[in-house]
Design a binder for this molecule. Structure first.
Ligand code: GDP
Length: 423
């Protein structure tokens, strides 16, 4: 597959059973990315079971199975391309580490397809995923109103769902130009690769055309330099070499840099990418760089490197907007889970729950509530138990997000909306 096209990570979100897996199977099939033997096998099985239609969700199941058996397949099978872009489907929010991977940048999605069952409309996870998408920095959304075959491709049903979803998205903060809608049937096909003959009332683009029409997020090259550190090496003959991915800004040899929260400064001697020295590195580049004036043990994973005249912010306290995804009981003031932001993991205490928002209207439902629980969206005050670097999401979005984890689960996702720096 041509890999010279710009790459996009795509998340498929939506309520359980609304057709996410089926749609992924259908997209891979329509773009020629399902191995022939998988199609044959499942067509046969469908016939034997007397089912008329070929179940695309099976394609995904079979790929997952093959992966478990260690057969040839890895995530290569979840790639497809359109005229303009080369897409990788990143895991859905239901999957175990989705939120953590999104936050730590392991699989940051550039855009998302929200799948909504045309006969059911907005359900609990539809709302949760939409909040999550916005919190995680996804600013472009395609709403696929699916299972239109179940409602006889009825225009009124489609319009009703579009209006309903539109209200939800506006409330969450999506702007009109950031959202596209399309009526589809992932199972039977229709408005995915080809226009459906069942929708003479719809003259918009097909789903693949809408995917091709997405705009790429701007590269944050003009923001201040931030390189979250993954590891620090000491290489004989060279010296201290921190490694990490540049999130924002640019780094060059002879730059004066500061690592926070360790508060160590030095001078960049050289920058390496793919084992070669480069004159500069920018957003998305995985680099190793040699710094003069800092010992290997003076800095560590979780530190963030920035220019010394605009160093990473060490927070004393911050305000966060969070979405609670799951919690066995309720979250109250005093709760101290682990916050995962960029490469750091720091225990933080939620010292106050400032307000709870209504997920339907976005309005403040309660000031200073006693507790919040799964499904709630809230503003909270947070006190890190150790020094940590965080930025306001409005200023440096890449360094303003975090996942809250406890008991091996992602409890919530959030963003820093205000902060008090450490003196
Ligand atoms: P997920 O939980 O969102 O991944 O949903 P699945 O892809 O597993 O689909 C759930 C069920 O809906 C399966 O039985 C699918 O066959 C069915 N389904 C998915 N898309 C369509 C569609 O376009 N039309 C109809 N009639 N059924 C669909």
């Amino acid at each position: 597959m041509a890999s010279d096209k710009p790459h996009m990570n795509l998340a498929i979100i939506g309520h359980v059973d609304h057709g996410k897996s089926t749609l992924v199977g259908r997209l891979l099939y329509e773009t020629g990315n399902v191995p022939e033997h998988v199609i044959e096998e499942y067509k046969k099985e469908a016939e034997e079971k007397g089912k008329g239609t070929f179940q695309f969700a099976w394609v995904m199941d079979s790929l997952a199975e093959e992966r478990e058996r260690g057969v040839t397949i890895d995530i290569a099978h979840k790639k497809f391309d359109t005229d303009k872009y080369y897409f990788t489907i990143v895991d859905c929010p239901g999957h175990r580490d989705f939120v953590k991977n999104m936050i730590t940048g392991a699989s940051q999605a550039d855009a998302a397809v929200l799948v909504v069952d045309g006969s059911e409309g907005i359900m609990a996870q539809t709302k949760e995923h939409v909040f999550l998408a916005k919190t995680l920095g996804i600013n472009e959304l395609i709403v696929a109103v699916n299972k239109m075959d179940n409602v006889d491709w009825n225009e009124d049903d489609y319009n009703k769902i579009e209006a309903e979803v539109d209200k939800l998205l506006k409330m969450v903060g999506f702007k009109p130009g950031e959202v596209q809608y399309v009526p589809i049937s992932a199972l039977e096909g229709g408005n995915i690769a080809e226009e459906s003959e069942n929708t003479p009332w719809y003259d918009g683009p097909t789903l693949l055309e809408e995917l091709d029409d997405l705009s790429r997020p701007e590269s944050p090259v003009d923001l201040p330099l931030r390189v979250p550190i993954q590891d620090v090496y000491s290489i004989s003959g060279i010296g201290t070499v921190p490694v990490g991915r540049v999130e924002t800004g640019e780094i060059r040899p002879s730059d004066k840099v500061t690592f926070n929260p360790s508060q160590k400064s030095g001078e960049v001697k050289s920058v390496e990418m793919h084992h070669e020295e480069v004159p500069k590195a920018g957003p998305g580049d995985n680099i190793g760089f040699n710094v003069r004036g800092i010992g290997k043990d003076e800095i560590r994973r979780g530190d963030v490197c920035g220019h010394s005249d605009n160093p990473p912010t060490i927070v004393d306290e911050f305000k966060a907007q969070i979405v609670v995804l799951q919690h066995p009981s309720a979250i109250t003031a005093g709760y101290t889970p682990v916050f995962h932001a960029h490469t750091s993991q720091v225990a933080c205490t939620i010292t106050n729950i400032d307000k709870k928002m209504d997920p339907k209207s976005g309005e403040v439902k309660e000031e200073n509530p006693d507790f919040i629980k799964a499904g709630d969206s809230a503003v909270v005050t947070v006190k890190p138990q150790r020094p940590m670097v965080l930025e306001k999401v409005k200023e440096i979005p890449q360094l303003g997000r975090f996942a809250i984890r406890d008991m091996g689960q992602t409890i919530a996702a959030g963003m820093c909306i205000d902060l008090t720096p450490r003196e």
